[in-house]
Design a protein around this ligand. Sequence first.
Ligand code: COA
Length: 293
Amino acid sequence: MAPAPVRARYTNSESVFKPDIFKGKVLFCTGGGSGICKEMTYAVMKHGANATIVGRKLDRITQAAEELSKGTGNTCIPAQADVRRPDELKEAVKKTIEKFGRIDFVICGAAGNFLAPLSGLSENAFRTVIEIDTLGTFNTFKATIPYVRQSHGSYIHVSATLHYRGLPYQAHVSSAKAGVDALSRVIAVEEGPWGVRSNVIAPGPIAATEGMSRLSVSGTGRSLESLIPLGRQGAVQDIANATVFLFSDAASLITGEALVVDGGLQHLSSSSFPYPEAVLNPESVRKMFKGKL
Ligand code: COA
């Protein structure tokens, strides 16, 4: 008898990696006040690092920093900055160096998004997202690289998969994330000789995040899970696990890559076969195709 289909489970990175692999290291994370980037910060801190989280809203990052410190036993400080403003980022880096003395890891996670067709995008709307995502990543790189070279550290850029093909209502973000991916590859090549690595994490749909609640719409007739080969949406912990791996020595020869964390969603082409029924129950498909198979 064939085994029953299973849904992928996520594994807590703490049960896979040693708890102290990042002891003495320092993380600088933009967008760390909430959602995916907060969980990425938590995971890195849980393995021994201290951190600075950067965001526009002081009350949000202050509360998040307290929670992260309390939850991990290490130190997290907030630094208010808009990634579109290089001077504010430089101040955030200064604050980090004064407090911790070094920067080993950088997560470029600050991002902006909304749903809008090209016809509904003003020049300013398009520019705003490019400035937050792409220029913000560039600014973060410029502000941190002197210290990351000293530590032979590593960058992770939070990107997406939506620009791999053409997704309606996402021209601004698709353009911005394509720029982020390109920037990461060039950082890998230019900074590799200094011992610096740069990689992208491209999350698929991640449940219970601001992005999913604001950007997904129901009523398409199919559940999202049914299109994901591994059968479930991502959890923020899935992205955190990928982060721990990419920052760890286990990834010491990996640079310039994009690690897609989406349960295989990007690889499923649309077809006339119902999915996943066609895989789980080929007999039903044979009946549907009335002897053509
Ligand atoms: N459709 C079309 N245009 C939109 C829009 C939408 N849903 N939302 C914002 N814009 C436009 C604004 O109208 C403005 O253009 P205009 O001056 O021509 O009118 C431009 O984008 C800038 O918007 P504004 O809100 O002034 O910029 P901001 O810098 O304060 O904030 C965002 C920009 C992207 C951060 C803001 O839209 C936002 O708060 N988004 C939600 C938070 C978020 O994106 N989180 C990440 C989830 S993945």
